[in-house]
Design a protein around this ligand. Structure first.
Ligand code: S3P
Length: 443
């Protein structure tokens, strides 16, 4: 776990203003590098997120013999020299996913198809997160996965796989994508169904690499493996990450007189639950310049300050906003009325228990928030701030509390915030450029 690093945040001195470019989408950056590495030919990727999580995925492939040329110093453009579906080499050391659930769970799908034994682990936070949800389906396909209680570190012995009909009990894009990646190595068709639709970046990106994916009228995903992936002729462009954009959209909605524009944000409908929720809370967001980039649409989002109010979140929106709830809790704490979230128990097994950790942090800052087993009830009001809270090494808790602090009466110290480097290394300078009051304690 990325421990240490104290942020000092808030209160904002004036409204936020400006136009910012947000870094690339984390989910898509992982997938782009994985498919490019497994393809025949060379793939150019632009808009890659150079956060620790995606760099962990890149490192795993270089450990397995894939050459990656970084095309610029900030590591947002790269060329991946794919080795083909069966070209990876046995890594000499244990693969380390760091803090990244997406890296480890999707890579388990890739490793399930390899005819060698590999060892995979992660940091203390990741070692506590459930892996049985991915270990079970890839075992069913024919891989062997061993480790204590299906927690990291795990050993995977892959090989020839058979297709399965996977009916997932959890709405999880990581589980779905793990199975679809393993399905590339199977001898027959695999299908995946999920209780509620989740982000579909894997399904959208695979056809760019020549592997069709069909979704039937019941929402069941079918993958009949073609036996190879082919590097696309065109570069892969990754949109800006909507999960990162949400921090600034919420901050601008909360701080009086704010007027900001967030550029080229991914508009995938299975990712913009946060926008529906914030709009239902009376947020003022307007889309501009919407265009299609590859298989995904992007748009600029113009956000103005508005008085927000609480809502009862529609459980159907939960998977589409799963990563945005910490900052939406911050918004709800500073809104009028009551905010209720239920059927969101998955928040308890993220980089931290995001229900418990956010409840403790917001309570310390003065919020009226009640934990439920599967969500929260928040009675909006004011935050006095003037406290030190623990982000518990969870990047989204650190950034959510930095946003909340902009409207607190007195600054908040947010300990164990260094993990923002996993998904949004430039968060602090970009926040400062918009006028947020934030700095590192030792700077
Ligand atoms: C992700 C899926 C979600 C999300 C995570 C990224 C992905 O996790 O929380 O940040 O890229 O597939 P779950 O699949 O566990 O819901």
């Amino acid at each position: 776990m990325n421990v240490g690093g104290t942020l000092v945040a808030g209160p904002a001195k004036s409204g936020l203003s400006g136009v910012v470019s947000i870094p690339g989408d984390k989910s898509m950056s992982h997938r782009a590098i994985m498919l490019a590495a497994l393809a025949d030919g060379t793939t150019e990727i632009h808009g890659f997120l150079p956060g620790e999580d995606c760099l962990a995925t890149a490192t795993m492939f270089t450990q397995m013999g894939v050459t990656i040329d970084w095309l610029n110093d900030d590591k947002t453009s790269l060329r991946v020299h794919g080795v083909g579906l069966h070209g990876l080499k046995k890594p000499e050391t244990t693969l380390d996913a760091g803090n990244s659930g997406t890296c480890v769970r999707l890579m388990m799908g890739v490793l399930a198809g390899q005819a060698f034994e590999s060892h995979i682990t992660g940091d203390a936070s990741l070692q506590a997160r459930p892996m049985q949800r991915v270990a079970d389906p890839i075992r069913q396909m024919g891989a062997s996965v061993t480790g204590n209680d299906d927690l990291l570190p795990l050993t995977i012995q892959g090989g020839k796989l058979k297709g399965i009909q996977h009916i997932s009990k959890i709405a999880s894009a990581q589980v779905k994508s793990c199975v679809l990646l393993a399905a590339l190595f199977a001898e027959n068709e695999t299908t995946v169904s999920e209780p509620r639709p989740t982000r579909d970046h894997t399904e959208r990106m695979l056809p760019l690499f020549g592997q069709p994916v069909r979704v039937d009228r019941n929402g069941v995903i079918h993958l009949l493996p073609t036996g190879k992936l082919t590097a696309p002729n065109e570069p892969v462009y990754i949109p800006a990450d909507p999960s990162s954009a949400t921090f600034f959209a919420v901050a601008a909605s909360l701080v009086k007189h704010s007027d900001i524009t967030l550029q080229r944000i991914g508009m995938n409908p299975l990712r913009n639950g946060w926008k529906r929720i914030l709009s239902d809370m009376n947020g003022d967001m307007c889309l501009q310049h919407e265009v299609l980039v590859g298989q995904e649409s992007v748009a600029d989002i113009h956000v103005l300050y508005r008085d927000l109010h609480g809502i009862a979140v529609n459980p159907a929106d939960v998977p589409d906003a799963i990563d945005e709830f910490p900052v939406l809790f911050a918004a709800a704490s500073l809104s009028d009325g009551v905010f209720i979230l239920s059927e969101a128990e998955e928040l308890r097994v993220k980089e931290s228990d995001r229900i418990a950790v956010m409840a403790a942090a917001l309570q310390a800052a003065g919020a009226n928030i009640e934990e439920k087993p599967d969500g929260v009830k928040i009675i909006g009001g004011k935050l006095h701030g003037d406290c030190t809270i623990n982000a518990c090494g969870d990047h989204r808790i650190a950034m959510a509390m930095a946003v909340a602090a902009q409207c607190a009466e007195i600054e908040i110290h947010i300990e164990n915030s260094a993990s923002i480097a996993t998904s949004f290394p430039d968060f602090v300078p970009l926040a400062q450029s918009l006028g947020m009051n934030i700095h590192w304690a030792d700077c």
